[in-house]
Design a protein around this ligand. Structure first.
Ligand code: ADP
Ligand code: ZN
Length: 212
């Protein structure tokens, strides 16, 4: 199964994509995680991406298109994959199509803006890609990752000012791709508020129709 998961920053893409990946035994690639790794490692790509990320803007299309192209060429995604946070602009969606990649469904996790801003202050993440919320989705031990036992931290771009920029960018540049996939009959809108397990259920229910 080849999936895309999209949604505003903090809508729960990361949390849900980990669960989908486990259930269907397919890998997930998060362009945000890949970029943060490059920033940590100080690679040329990381150096280029950092200022955009700190400002809450998208990094240039060619950078993330390159990440995805390399990834989709690997054996790991032969039996399917989840793209978390890509594509995020029409040129990225068109580039994916031009690669000849078949997409089975695009999940759009929908959360109103005011709920997003509230959620972000409680978000804690791990370098392994796991993501938590102090109230809605707490780790078993405070500030420790359930999956790998590393220390959790607050992302540098999760401050209120940057979150507002990321939301504005989402509405202006990313949301239009929902229409792009809807017109191809591939868009599945998922209500992204409420209990994390309930949202996962909604996603699994929706995906039953794809599998059948
Ligand atoms: P969120 O969805 O919570 O904003 P991500 O971890 O997906 O977080 O992305 C963090 C940042 O990485 C984005 O604000 C952006 O700067 C950059 N980024 C991630 N994916 C893309 C993409 N497909 N295109 C451009 N920039 C991206
Ligand atoms: Zn971890």
């Amino acid at each position: 199964m080849n999936l895309i998961i999209m949604g505003a920053p903090g809508a729960g893409k990361g949390t849900q994509s980990v669960r989908i990946a486990e259930k269907f035994n397919i890998p997930t690639i998060s362009t945000g995680d890949a970029l943060r790794r490059a920033v940590r490692e100080g690679t040329p790509m990381g150096q280029k991406a950092k200022s955009f990320m700190d400002a809450g803007q998208l990094v240039p299309d060619e950078v993330v298109i390159g990440i995805i192209k390399d990834y989709l060429a690997t054996d790991a995604c032969r039996n399917g994959f989840i793209l978390d946070g890509f594509p995020r602009s029409l040129p990225q969606a068109e580039a994916l199509e031009a690669m000849g990649v078949r997409i089975d469904a695009v999940l759009s996790i929908e959360v109103p803006d005011d709920a997003i801003v509230k959620r972000m202050s409680g978000r804690r993440v791990c370098d392994c890609g796991a993501s938590y919320h102090v109230e809605n989705n707490p780790p078993r031990v405070a500030d420790v990752c359930d999956k790998c036992a590393s220390a959790l931290y607050t992302r540098a771009d999760d401050n209120e000012e940057t979150v507002k920029n990321r939301l504005a960018t989402y509405h202006a540049v990313t949301e239009p791709i929902a229409g792009y996939y809807a017109s191809r009959g591939q868009l599945i809108r998922i209500a992204g508020e409420g209990n994390v397990d309930d949202i996962t259920e909604r996603i699994f229910d929706a995906l039953k129709q794809i599998e059948a």
